[in-house]
Design a protein around this ligand. Sequence first.
Ligand code: AHZ
Length: 309
Amino acid sequence: LTTSYANKSNYDSGVIPNKEMVTRLNQSLSTTNNWDGFKFAPIRESTVSRAMTRRYFNDLDKYAESDIVIVGAGSCGLSAAYVLAASRPDLKIAIIEGGVAPGGGAWLGGQLFSAMIMRKPAEKFLEAIGVPYDDEGDYVVVKHAALFTSTLLSKVLAFPNVKLFNATTVEDLITRTDPETKELRVAGVVTNWTLVSLHHDDQSCMDPNTINAPVVLSTTGHDGPFGAFSVKRLLSMGAIEKLGGMRGLDMQLAEDAIVKQTREIFPGMVVGGMELSEMDGANRMGPTFGAMALSGVKAAESVLEIFDL
Ligand code: AHZ
């Protein structure tokens, strides 16, 4: 069943690295069978410290005014980031992820199993990002969910107009009332280190930081310790009347519904992925991931529509 992954074209295209690539690496390190004289270039500790912190603080400064903030780096948020960053290199995109490890629920296929299932036509997204799969007819299989997530993540992080702030939680939304229309809009996010967010009950006076942005894309997943953050906040501030509450599992219904319902749910805020199931009362789909990738593609489109208004 898994032979199609190792087909000739995956070797030819470099998706599966070949022996010549490793030989070139060894030659460039001049280490082939000779590690005795090995030495790294010199370093001083403060150089390392400055190299990290200067870049981080420059990024905090640069992205304090972002064009798009994506909340949550799960499969939907990362898919949206890929499309947005590729189609609009002129826009500054900040991704805020509460966890240390971006990827959300997409490091495993389902339960603790490795393979990731995507129903067609989501294989088009895999082809776009260069993830090989086995074709099983109506669905495709990526041999390990981590292959999908790590490939997508590596592409997203390589875009010069994207900054991922991980271990950082969105604690609140910035809102603005338009003086003329009196319309309330989401206008950015309020952030804190996740480790700080987890300690508001036992420490005092730990105020947050902020990022202004005309559009926020929220993809914080279904309800849980952090999940469905933005729609729950819209409810608690009285900006929406009620949440639908995620329904039971029905793969067939759930995946179409999540993609179709991906939209701007509140002025300035697009929602994608499983957060929508809490908003609209959609079913969950469990271990199939096509809807997350394609909800991300549609969310990117909705975000860009707001920009092009
Ligand atoms: O850490 C969260 C995860 O990586 C992050 N997140 C949530 N709240 C946040 C906040 N600030 C910053 N306030 C926050 N980050 O959002 C990410 C959500 O990823 P996910 O994989 O849970 O959501 P998704 O909608 O991209 O994919 C969901 C996939 C499915 S379907 C399903 C089911 O039907 O049972 N279960 C999952 C996990």
